[in-house]
Design a protein around this ligand. Sequence first.
Ligand SMILES: CC(C)(COP(=O)(O)OP(=O)(O)OC[C@H]1O[C@@H](n2cnc3c(N)ncnc32)[C@H](O)[C@@H]1OP(=O)(O)O)[C@@H](O)C(=O)NCCC(=O)NCCS
Length: 187
Amino acid sequence: MECNTVSLINTKPDKVNLRLKKLSADDGHDIYDMLQSMPKDENGLVNKANGLSYEDFKTWLAAKQKESEQTCLVDGWKVPSTTYWLYADTFPVGFGNLRHFLTEALSNAGGHIGYGIAPQYRGKGYGKELLRLLLIEAKKIGLEKVLITIHSDNIASQKVALANGGVITKKTEERVYIWIESSSTRC
Ligand SMILES: CC(C)(COP(=O)(O)OP(=O)(O)OC[C@H]1O[C@@H](n2cnc3c(N)ncnc32)[C@H](O)[C@@H]1OP(=O)(O)O)[C@@H](O)C(=O)NCCC(=O)NCCS
């Protein structure tokens, strides 16, 4: 681990420059390394890059970039989505997926936005900031309201959504459904 990474782990988000960077086929080792540190599937957040070789990761990136440029269903079923990396200064610390529209399946599980922070950076406020920045991107693509579906036992994620103006509209045994008006997000 680099020295700067260690100091970042101990730094609160208000002390660093946080920004989103759209996934690109040109992304490299910093993103690859971060994705290897994040589980393949955690609370429904899927990280398909975990376990890939670097070469396969580059192929995956290119496919993801292409997918985000689609305007209708990909392969007849997949809603196009854009992935954003959260950078704290020069280090990637998490990522978010923004789905461009909902299907019936996504209305039930998945919603518009999924997000994750690399385990070593959790509990410092990065999750809340990541969602705030993703809501700004949602507004830019015309989504006035976004749905986030969260496992009932995922308290950290529910706190992230509620801190960003989320309103719980439904609860089932499995999931909590939270809607957020993107226009209420502070820039
Ligand atoms: C959910 C997640 C993004 C939160 O990121 P984070 O950077 O730790 O979040 P924050 O530091 O902004 O903390 C948000 C709140 O959750 C609380 N929190 C953090 N980890 C927690 C935990 N394990 N249990 C309970 N609360 C927790 C924080 O104390 C904070 O609460 P507060 O508002 O009372 O201060 C992160 O835990 C993660 O990546 N989880 C795995 C993937 C995932 O579950 N994604 C969401 C799918 S819907």
